[in-house]
Design a protein around this ligand. Structure first.
Ligand code: OAD
Length: 246
């Protein structure tokens, strides 16, 4: 913790990679932990283009449920701390794998959503995306005005990320002095690849997780819940930053 606070106290540019664990204390399930979605449900039947082609209503029922849960949830102290950190640095980029919108709701502005967003729908025929915050959606599966199906605006297994998004995330991470890796199992690529990429460029990498997950040489793990560790870490770093500024 003190190493991380020291690094944050001196840094001008910081990036953060977050995953589902960041929203666990807001009451949202993770994917692979206890009670995680993929512990009980098969992602191949719910989160792939083939699954949507086979049974769009079933896929939409899953995303509708996640929209309802996300809407009920409130940002926690971890999200709020990351939002508060943004204005303290010359450059601060939050790269998230989460689709729940809680970083935005906490006030984070410079957010790169690697896996899309629960609140966007995309027409399968036209390929155009738009915001849709209706909960519940009136009919499942919802249809576009053109008659084709609308799909959730999220990235599914086997799909590429939205063009340019990974490049922007990589640029931000490699340009930073410190990378915080928060609440992610670091098993899904290309997102997880940001960690070794950062390490190879000499970026200091600290992980905040309830267990060691970012298993790359050079990562320092701070074990604990992000809603508890991040406020404590930022309080320490901010104190040191203020002392340095005096
Ligand atoms: P995972 O469910 O794989 O990992 C969640 C991580 O959060 C685990 O390492 C937990 O130990 C940690 N964790 C749990 N509670 C925590 C807490 N309170 N504070 C800090 N850490 C905590 O979720 P992701 O890594 O986000 O992709 O999963 C990556 C991607 O896999 C997701 O974006 C999703 C999923 O399939 C798609 O849907 C494309």
């Amino acid at each position: 913790m003190s190493d991380a606070a020291h690094a944050l106290a001196r840094a001008r540019s910081v990036s953060v990679l977050t995953g589902a664990g960041t929203s666990a204390e807001s009451g949202l399930a993770t994917f692979r932990g206890t009670g995680g979605w993929w512990r009980n449900l098969d992602p191949m039947t719910l989160a792939t283009p083939d699954a949507f082609a086979r049974d769009p209503k079933l896929v939409w029922e899953f995303y509708q449920h996640r929209r309802e849960r996300a809407l009920e949830a409130m940002p926690n102290a971890g999200h709020e701390t990351l939002a508060a950190m943004e204005s303290a640095f010359e450059a601060f980029t939050l790269v998230t794998q989460n689709v729940d919108g809680l970083h935005h709701r906490a006030g984070s502005k410079n957010v790169i959503t690697l896996h899309g967003d629960l609140w966007t729908v995309r027409c399968v025929a036209e390929g155009t995306s738009r915001e849709d915050r209706r909960v519940p959606l009136l009919e499942l599966p919802p249809a576009c005005a053109c008659g084709a199906l609308l799909r959730p605006g999220v990235v599914w297994f086997g799909e590429p990320l939205v063009p340019g998004v990974m490049e922007a995330a990589t640029r931000a991470v490699l340009a930073s002095e410190v990378l915080l890796v928060v609440g992610t199992s670091c098993v899904v690529y290309p997102a997880a690849g940001l960690v070794p990429a950062a390490l190879s460029r000499g970026v200091r990498v600290f992980e905040v997780n309830t267990e060691r997950a970012a298993d790359f040489a050079g990562v320092t793990s701070i074990l604990g819940k992000s809603g508890e560790v991040l406020p404590e870490l930022w309080a320490l770093a901010r104190e040191q930053r203020e002392a340095r500024a005096r």
